[in-house]
Design a binder for this molecule. Structure first.
Ligand SMILES: [Zn+2]
Length: 83
C-alpha cells in the first residue's frame, strides 16, 4: 500500500500564500538587524530562519534578512536556539 505523505496535506492548509514579498510591498530596502522583535517574525519555533517558500520573501530580501538575523543573533537580540 502506498501511504500518502501527511506533510504535503498539512503544508497546503497551513501556508498562507503571499503574492508579494513583505519587504517589497512596504518598500523596505535595508533590514535593521537591531530590531529583534521584528526579526522574530521570520524565525520558526525552533529559532531557525523560515525558508523563502514559507515566508514568501523574495530572493533579494531573504538574503538581506538572513544576514540581519545572523547579525542580530551575534548581538544576542534573538536566540540561536530556543531555551
Ligand atoms: Zn522583496
Amino acid at each position: 500500500m502506498i501511504k500518502r505523505n501527511p506533510r504535503a496535506h498539512q503544508q497546503n492548509s497551513q501556508e498562507k500564500i503571499a503574492k508579494e514579498c513583505y519587504f517589497c510591498q512596504n518598500g523596505i530596502n535595508d533590514i535593521d538587524y537591531k530590531d529583534g522583535q521584528f526579526l522574530r517574525r521570520w524565525l520558526s519555533s525552533y529559532s531557525k530562519i523560515v525558508p523563502r517558500r514559507r515566508s514568501g520573501v523574495c530572493t533579494k530580501h531573504q538574503r538581506k534578512l538572513a544576514q540581519a538575523i545572523k547579525r542580530a543573533r551575534y548581538m544576542s537580540l534573538i536566540p540561536y536556539c530556543p531555551r
